[in-house]
Ligand binder design. Sequence first.
Ligand SMILES: [Zn+2]
Length: 363
Amino acid sequence: MLSVSIGLLWNEPDIRGTLTGRFHAQCFTDCNRWLDQQTISGDLLARANNTSQPSLEWAIRLGECLTQQSAEQLLNKVASADLLARGEILEAGKKWETKLGLLDNRVWWPVIKLESRDDATQVMKALREFQAIGLTIIRLTRPEMKTRFEFSLSDFSTTVVRVKLTPADADATFTLQHVPIGRGFHWERREALTYRGELELFATPDGGLSAANHLPLEQYVETTVGSEMRHDLPAAFSQAQAVAARSTVLATANRHHYSDGFDLCHDDHCQCYQGIVREAEAVIEPIRRQAEGAALHQPPPLTRRRCALCEVLWRCERSVCRSVGRRGAGVFCSKTVRRFCCSGFEQRAHCRRVLAQSAARIL
Ligand SMILES: [Zn+2]
């Protein structure tokens, strides 16, 4: 069974929540042992320690390449010997074992490593002379599960480096307070959201705390489709959205949040995943009937995104458009999407149906 880890909160000073139903609590100490194991429910609080943080390592990413060789070629174009000496090739992404065989979404990043974000900003100006676009500043330091934080659950409290809370009952859920929705958008707000699956808490290299939700991919897709779309649309809409949601996970896991310690985030940045309150039987039933379809184009899964304006069409890689793209297959380049955003409801409904029926392949 494929599973996925979703970041719900990251780099927060504290995390508050409630476990409903019984959970198996495992608290990992920095002495490499599980401090305590018990089945428990109740209120939880994790609070970051204000201890010294490791110095962060930054880099300028020169691009994203589909092979290590092309990443090396791009890196070697950097004219300055001093900068080239700081060069490195990083591997991002993930390999998935599916019924169809191995799906591989890995990419290779040529990077110039630097010690601070300010350094990176300065060096970026020099690099723009050899490459005008595609440069991105990224943080390289990843969570190492070494930084301690305070954790309490019900009447139990301790100092840990990592906490894992696994449901002991089939219907056990956890609620987290103040989960941000729409980070950086005008609709940004915070809500208490309830989720299924396992909850993991750990410290970030920036001195804060993160919460990640581990769960089966199919359970994630059911919640995501309910979060992304209305519940009163025809069943084919939910099925098409499920294809896009699955494909997005397979194509982007461990790439957009390389240094955060999870596969995707729960927010608009990756895909909306807003907990069980957004789920509905009218959405879940057609998704289960569809038997785990995903839009695949070998060798990698499609990098496909929903068009936010019309909730119907997706952008995809230009090369994929050339090889399999035609209107009937529900595969569009971004230019086509822009044109169709203004088209009528019936046209969009047709595209959803076609995508659900013909672009999906069974995992
Ligand atoms: Zn994200």
